[in-house]
Design a protein around this ligand. Structure first.
Ligand code: HEC
Ligand code: HEC
Ligand code: HEC
Length: 120
């Protein structure tokens, strides 16, 4: 009986560790980290007006903070990456800024240009 209790305690501990590995609030790692694997997207972003803003509208402003999804083993499995915080933003998200002040309203055309390498 004692042994069983000990074993289940071990399981509870292991479960707690697994939970803390996927932190409750992922943090930003910065665009240089994403560049290692996404050079094409990085280069087109770096040349965009988003990169010139202060603060920058960077990868993680749109795709969510990457501390939990940035590893290869998580990233290569999109469902897993999404569970770890990866976001594929929609036009509604863009409209938080677009259509306000001097920022042009969001259209399908503008949306398609979010990564300039796809513009043509
Ligand atoms: C260790 C390499 C690696 C790093 C670092 C990395 N990624 Fe990825 N990412 C991948 C791989 C592999 C895929 C899946 C295959 C693909 O679409 O290229 C992927 C897919 C994606 C996708 C496409 C999802 C889809 O299916 O449309 C987005 C968006 C993305 N990553 C954003 C980021 C962002 C933002 C960062 C930085 C916070 C980042 N990645 C860091 C390797 C990486
Ligand atoms: C945090 C605010 C913010 C968010 C969110 C945002 N944008 Fe922008 N975007 C800007 C600003 C500011 C500009 C620059 C406007 C200008 O000076 O002409 C801009 C410019 C652009 C441009 C022109 C790029 C260039 O270099 O000329 C495109 C395309 C664009 N945004 C697409 C998007 C899309 C698509 C989304 C959503 C996936 C989005 N934006 C989300 C603030 C934002
Ligand atoms: C303004 C918001 C915004 C920013 C900033 C942004 N992305 Fe994206 N990203 C998107 C959207 C929206 C899509 C989906 C485009 C589509 O559906 O065609 C996308 C798609 C992707 C993809 C899938 C493959 C592709 O080319 O479509 C990858 C990988 C990616 N982004 C990585 C990055 C990285 C790395 C950065 C920073 C260097 C970054 N993104 C910056 C909004 C953004």
């Amino acid at each position: 009986m004692k042994k069983l209790l000990f074993v289940s305690l071990l399981f509870a501990l292991a479960a707690a560790f697994t939970l803390t590995a996927l932190s409750a609030t992922p943090t930003k790692v910065g665009p240089e980290k994403c560049k290692m694997c996404h050079k094409l997207q990085y280069d087109s972003w770096a040349a965009s007006k988003h990169a010139q803003q202060n603060p920058q509208v960077d990868c993680e402003t749109c795709h969510g903070p990457g501390s939990d999804y940035k590893t290869f083993s998580t990233m290569k499995d999109i469902a897993k990456a999404k569970a770890a915080g990866l976001i594929l933003p929609t036009k509604e998200f863009c409209s938080k800024c677009h259509g306000k002040g001097k920022v042009p309203p969001m259209t399908d055309e503008l949306f398609a240009k979010v990564h300039a390498h796809k513009a043509n």
